[in-house]
Write a protein that binds this ligand. Structure first.
Ligand code: GLU
Length: 525
């Protein structure tokens, strides 16, 4: 510990008198009145204009833990580091979460603001407390001085950074502080670390179990000199304490600095949140065949918006991520014990510790299964909503006549035991049935039609025929021409749809209707 600074000097170091005392902050953001065991979690993205699938993955954990325990889920915008257009970037996050059915509880109690850029008063008030206690100090090292030190440390095979004897201003006197300030310099505020890297801290990670890590001895920056905003480490301390977060779910990249975070919570005498460090989402690289992280640069599916734009059922993305998170979920769902991931109890201990594979082929399976369970009106609504928001002009035209679309999508959906599983995304669904619309229908010109078969069929065709009579006519035509009924049906199928593989042909023709059926056959003839 070092000497604390006077109030006047603290105000000069921070560029203003801090607004609150620690007691005032404690009173403003008191412990929450929640039922025993209720978890308060948060998703704390930096608004980059891009939401990574890994962010959705950890948010699912946050949201699930909060909801299943009767707690709260918060969204905190970590915007102290970004020079970008914040509003648009935040909209992308909020919109993506809401498309996946995730709503934050920021408004439930007034523990905001939830943008870090608006919480400067809080950070400065806590920093002032530390400066007064002698647990932090102003540091006037310039970038050049730090770079030179770094080089020297490297050359001598030492750990780089500002620590111990290399922390030049650790014990700086009041007079020297005043000299620097009078000189117009703005200091950073650094932690006065009492940690010893030869000692270890023990803690319990909710996923990884009991763990020990070396103590932190670095005098890390708490408040930056450039803009007097907090670093991630300091903001995490202040925000997760004063938002009364109980469980911090974050990427494993933060595991390396957890000793520092524990040190700061202990120093403040604050209750340590429980940590859940999640593993990365990986994929098998198509070129190397090796497992690697999903990459923002290389993989379209690393972007949450990709799933919205292509019209993947968000429920199936959640189902699949849920299955990665909780190995028993798939079985419970298949057995009908739970309806969706939201009903399944997530146990932190079961969350995977090392990189989990996210495989688009597996997602396809979840999506097909999911769509197959939908009543037709829900299927239609999903397709229409998607087309109007994300679809092409053609897609929008496809969904303009809801009755016709409903008839198209109803084919082979009446028997719950034999639902077709060929729909994967809303976009692909519309492509799959595109031949029902004349403006998208491509007559198959390659196919070698049996013109006589088509002629004969047409002569007897009556749209009002029931399925049996319709088939009898095909059988009759086949006999007359010395062909098999299947051959007649194939000729009709290709003539109607341009394809050799379609759902039940009778239903297809019923939906196409008298005019289209005749027109399509006549065109070929
Ligand atoms: N802003 C940090 C990130 O996006 C938050 C990490 C955390 O959840 O504490 O990685």
């Amino acid at each position: 510990m070092r000497n604390g600074l006077s109030k006047d000097l603290i105000a000069r170091v921070l560029g203003g008198v801090p607004k609150y005392t620690l007691e005032e902050l404690e009173a403003k953001y008191p412990p929450r009145q929640l039922p025993e065991g209720a978890m308060v979690t948060r998703f704390a993205p930096s608004p980059t204009g891009y939401m990574h699938l890994g962010g959705l993955y950890s948010t699912l954990i946050d949201y699930k833990l909060a909801k299943q325990s009767g707690g709260l889920f918060l969204l905190r915008i970590e915007d102290t580091d970004t020079k970008r257009e914040i509003k648009e970037a935040v909209d992308i996050i909020i919109n993506s979460l809401s498309e996946f059915g995730i709503k934050n509880d920021n408004d439930v109690a007034d523990y905001g603001p939830y943008y870090q850029s608006q919480r400067k008063d809080i950070y400065h008030s806590v920093a002032a407390y530390l400066l007064e206690k002698g647990w932090a100090y102003p540091c006037f090292l310039t970038q050049e001085e730090m770079d030179a030190l770094r080089e020297k440390q490297k050359l001598n095979g030492l750990a780089t950074g500002i620590y111990g004897e290399y922390a030049r201003d650790r014990d700086i006197s009041e007079e020297d502080i005043i000299k620097h300030l009078d000189n117009g310099e703005t200091p950073s505020v650094r932690l006065y670390s009492m940690g010893d890297i030869n000692k270890r801290i023990f803690f319990k990670d909710s996923v990884r179990g009991s763990i020990s890590v070396p103590e932190n001895n670095e005098d890390i920056v708490l408040i930056k000199s450039t803009d007097r905003l907090p670093t991630y480490h300091f903001a995490h301390l202040c925000d997760d304490h004063f938002m009364r977060v109980t469980h911090v779910v974050r990427g494993e990249e933060y595991f390396g600095t957890v000793a520092l975070h524990i040190q700061m919570f202990h120093m403040m005498g604050w209750e340590l949140p429980k940590y859940i460090h999640t593993a990365t989402l990986d994929k098998i690289d198509a070129e190397t065949g090796k497992q690697r992280k999903l990459s923002k640069r290389k993989d379209p599916e690393a972007n949450v918006e990709f799933f919205l734009q292509e019209g993947w059922p968000t429920e199936s993305v959640i189902d699949y991520l849920g299955n990665i998170l909780a190995s028993g979920y798939e079985e419970a769902k298949m057995k009908g014990q739970v309806k969706s991931f939201w009903d399944y109890e997530l146990k932190p201990k079961k969350i995977p510790m090392s990189g989990s594979l996210f495989d688009m082929k597996k997602l396809e399976w979840w999506a097909k299964e999911y769509i197959a369970t939908l009543p037709v009106d829900v299927l239609v609504k999903s397709v229409v909503d998607w087309a109007n928001e994300y679809g092409s002009e053609d897609n929008k035209k496809q969904v303009a006549d809801i009755d016709y679309l409903t008839a198209v999508l109803s084919i082979e959906r009446d028997n719950p035991k034999r639902i077709r599983k060929d729909f994967i995304t809303w976009q692909q669904t519309l492509n799959e049935v595109s031949y029902f619309w004349d403006f998208l229908f491509n007559a198959n010109k390659e196919y070698e039609y049996n013109v006589d078969a088509l002629k004969e069929f047409l002569a007897t065709f009556d749209i009002k025929d029931d399925k049996d009579s319709w088939w009898q006519k095909i059988v009759y035509t086949a006999e007359k021409l010395g062909l098999k009924p299947g051959e007649i049906a194939m000729n009709l199928r290709v003539a109607m749809t341009g394809r050799t593989n379609t759902p039940d042909l009778y239903s297809v023709m019923q939906v196409l209707g008298d005019n289209r059926v005749k027109e399509r056959i006549n065109k070929i003839l």
